[in-house]
Design a protein around this ligand. Structure first.
Ligand code: MEV
Length: 430
């Protein structure tokens, strides 16, 4: 049963002091005092805990955790934690989520969480014959793969299929690639799939007489995609300078640029990943896997292109759609080991990895809208300036009220530079 929650529409949230924002989120998500201590950096991952996660640990590295507001996804309200160092990302995505909310919010869906494991078979006399030999023992292979993770199988996951892909022309000569399709349920799945591939290798060697080299998951998880769509009324997009339909046209033209040009598509897609990575990191998921899958998917036609699409519908609304592989979990990996990731999952209040993927793809679409709307209207720098000035002031050694005074002074002067911020700090301290 999905619990009803208060609205995620929190006008003026960004204007409140940090302590009030943290208290509001704690009430909204029902966090206890130990969760709050983790959020505020008073507890959570320390060097001793980190020492259990990776090798050669000498400390921990912190990132800001912001909350994106206004998200309505499949009729449910979400406040979305994002771990990111870049100014404007959280503000931009919250703004775009408010625009989408007025058009009914995001409609998101996802595939079953089926990952691909790859097994590379070499030294066979004929790759097509070897492909037949593998398919002849398909049922035994799937049964064996199911023995690798009885928990996942018990939860309804497990081996779903086998594919054979002869590669005739490679720098190492012909080879056969076997794909194991495996439903990993709420896990990201890398460990389960890698274990299964390693388990199947000897059976494949004896069936084909060949030699197995690599046995590893593919990050091009194109059986595990998530899709989000949204509709924005042109009036929502009106600015002081431009009527709504002109902004809609500018956004569709921005999309067309990314669809046609890989140089622009890389930046357009980077904007999408600004949002998706931030949620991926906050939930303790593997953002490199997400990135690899996204960009490989963007090049699936043979030419790198835009991951999203934007168009005008019959009612002259702006419509957007984003689809890409989203291989993330809510169990396993750092998701349950990193204390902050645990609190983030509580704030999200999600039931499954698929729900997380649907949130992430909606965030990606919103982030993309925020970026191309800004680019097609005032340009990206206007919004960045105030935050950039804040960073300069803090880097120059300002604290407390002095930060704001320096920001206002630099904006008034139209010169936002570290040396000027340092000068102002010196003057104010004198
Ligand atoms: C900056 O981090 C992201 C953007 O460059 C994305 C885009 O150009 O669409 C603003």
């Amino acid at each position: 049963m999905v619990q009803q929650r208060p609205s995620s529409r929190l006008p003026g949230f960004f204007k409140r002091p940090l302590a009030e924002r943290a208290a509001l989120i704690s009430r909204w998500a029902g966090l206890d005092t130990s969760d709050q201590a983790v959020l505020l950096g008073m507890a959570g991952l320390n060097a001793t805990g980190a020492d259990h996660l990776i090798e050669n640990v000498v400390g921990v590295y912190a990132l800001p955790l912001g909350i994106a507001t206004n998200f309505l996804i499949n009729g449910r309200d979400y406040l979305i934690p994002m771990a990111v160092e870049e100014p404007s990302v959280v503000a931009g995505v919250s703004f775009a989520a408010r625009l989408a909310r007025d058009g009914g919010g995001f409609v998101a869906s996802s595939d079953d969480p089926v990952m691909i494991g790859q097994i590379q078979v070499l030294d066979v006399p004929d790759v097509y014959v070897a492909a037949g030999q593998v398919m002849a023992i398909k049922e035994q292979l799937l049964e064996e793969a199911n023995c690798c993770d009885l928990t996942i199988v018990g939860l309804g996951g497990g081996a779903r299929g086998l594919e054979v892909r002869p590669l005739l022309d490679t720098p190492a000569g012909p080879m056969l690639i076997v794909h194991l399709l495996y439903d990993v349920r709420d896990a990201m799945g890398a460990n389960t799939v890698n274990t299964a591939c390693e388990k199947l290798a000897p059976m494949i060697e004896s069936a084909t007489g060949g030699r197995v080299n690599l046995r590893i998951l593919s990050n091009l998880a194109d059986h595990r995609t998530a899709t989000a769509e949204c509709t924005i009324h042109p009036d929502e997009l009106e600015t002081d300078e431009l009527p709504g339909p002109e902004v809609v046209r500018g956004i569709v033209e921005a999309y067309a640029f990314a669809a046609a040009d890989p140089y622009r598509a890389a930046t357009h897609n980077k904007g999408i990943m600004n949002g998706m990575d931030a949620v991926c990191i906050a939930t303790g998921n593997d953002w490199r896997a997400l990135e690899a899958g996204a960009h490989a998917y963007a090049a699936r036609s043979g030419r790198y292109s835009s991951l999203s699409e934007w168009w005008v519908d019959r009612e002259n609304n702006l419509r957007g759609r984003l689809r890409l592989p989203v291989a993330v979990g809510t169990i396993g990996g750092a998701t349950r080991v990193h204390p902050a990731a645990g609190v983030v999952l509580k704030i999200l209040g999600i039931q499954s990895a698929r729900e997380l993927a649907e949130i992430m793809v909606s965030v990606g679409l919103a982030q993309n809208l925020a970026a191309i709307r800004a680019l097609a209207t005032t340009g990206i720098q206007a919004g960045h300036m105030r935050l950039h000035a804040r960073q300069m002031a803090v880097a120059a050694g300002a604290s407390g009220e002095m930060v704001q005074q320096i920001v206002e002074a630099m904006i008034a002067e139209g010169s936002i530079r570290l040396d000027r911020a340092q000068e102002l700090v010196r003057e104010m301290k004198d």
